[in-house]
Design a protein. Structure first.
Length: 368
């Protein structure tokens, strides 16, 4: 039995109604900033409990433009997580701003107790990363941001519908960025992203920035870029959006099964599960002894386990210029040696979930 990582073939195996919608859409020729995009933005904002949602071409651009419209410029320092995908840091660097890293804790998110020590006179913003389906503790981030008058853009690309104290990811600050990448919990058929906000000015400036700064065809208000969310992808998004809640619920159910099963294996450690958090498990990650050997054992048996990430972003060649090195962020470093990710998506069967658990148990039995 195999347990694949990508579930896209299953997700769109029965999508005749979507194909019919796309065929009808093509007949309209309404391809750029079209009506389905307006509908998708409205529906996404409603789902998230925000006033506005602005579609852009990626989660990366949602972060980048969210920072830009709030005044972040070259030379500004932006605090973010030491353990994140390159896109978070890329969004900061594309503005000419300087990423400043803060170590994570065992929820894989930024350790908020270490933020203030990273603040300098050049610090202008914080980009907390809601990694794997957890949330950074936004109660503390908001307190610190208010104290030091810092911009906050939430990187909520992996945590749609995640919550703390009943408040959703992306709604704690003036701007929350989301990704629609094909492997996100809410996905489309290519890249895509959204920024949500309750601030009318931010929403208006985002719409200008994503569309070359154009007020209309012949008038340019500011220098922007081409970052429109493709209306074709918005049709796909509208088809999937009603499933978003059930997708999150099934992932949570699968993760609870894993937790209940893996806690019986002494070589496995389950990360903290704070009761005031709703974790939506874009990724299911645990700590494992003899991780590398376990990873190979699983791969050899057809389980597409992964590591997020084996080399932390600050040690990648492209970022060595910022001066971070091995040992600067000990928790993140320790995670690179012990974490393992297992498929947890909504299309997994009970047999597949059991196969993953049984395979891990078999590995450790063979080590004793």
């Amino acid at each position: 039995m195999g347990v694949r990582y990508s579930y896209l073939a299953q997700q769109f195996a029965d999508a005749d109604d979507l194909w019919n919608e796309l065929k009808e859409f093509v007949k309209t020729g309404d391809f750029t900033l079209g009506k389905p995009l307006v509908e998708f933005e409205k529906n996404f904002a409603k789902l998230m409990g925000a006033k506005y949602a602005i579609g852009v071409n990626s989660g990366t651009d949602a972060i980048k433009l969210g920072l830009k419209v709030q005044g972040i410029k070259p030379g500004d320092e932006v605090i973010t997580a030491a353990n994140t995908f390159v896109a978070t840091v890329g969004a900061i660097c594309e503005l000419g701003a300087i990423p400043v890293f803060v170590d994570c804790n065992d929820t894989f998110c930024m350790d908020t107790s270490k933020i203030e020590a990273a603040i300098t006179e050049k610090t202008k913003a914080i980009v907390p990363v809601h990694f794997t389906g957890y949330l950074t503790d936004m109660r503390e981030v908001c307190r610190i941001a208010e104290k030091y008058r810092l911009v906050v853009v939430e990187d909520a690309c992996q945590s749609i519908l995640g919550e703390i104290d009943g408040r959703k990811a992306g709604t704690w600050s003036k701007a929350g960025a989301f990704s629609l990448h094909p492997l996100k919990n809410l996905n489309v058929w290519s890249d895509g992203g959204l920024l949500i906000t309750d601030d009318e000015k931010i929403a208006g400036d985002m719409r200008l920035q994503r569309n070359h700064g154009l007020i209309d065809r012949d008038n340019v208000a500011v220098m922007g870029c081409n970052s429109r969310l493709d209306t074709f992808q918005a049709v796909v998004g509208n088809w999937l959006l009603p499933q978003t809640v059930s997708i999150a619920e099934q992932r949570i159910k699968n993760a609870r099964f894993y937790d209940k099963s893996f806690c019986k294996i002494k070589e496995i450690t389950i990360p903290p599960r704070p009761t005031d958090f709703k974790i939506v498990y874009h990724l299911y990650i645990i700590f494992a002894k003899k991780r590398d050997a376990l990873l190979k054992f699983c791969l050899d048996r057809g389980i597409e386990a992964k590591v997020h990430y084996p080399v932390p972003i600050y040690r990648q060649p492209a970022l060595l210029m910022y001066g971070a090195s091995e040992g600067d962020f000990p928790v993140t470093e320790s995670h690179t040696k012990s974490i393992i990710t297992f498929p947890c998506d909504q299309h997994l069967s009970d047999d597949q979930l059991n196969f993953v658990v049984d395979t891990v148990a078999d590995f450790y039995r063979g080590q004793s």
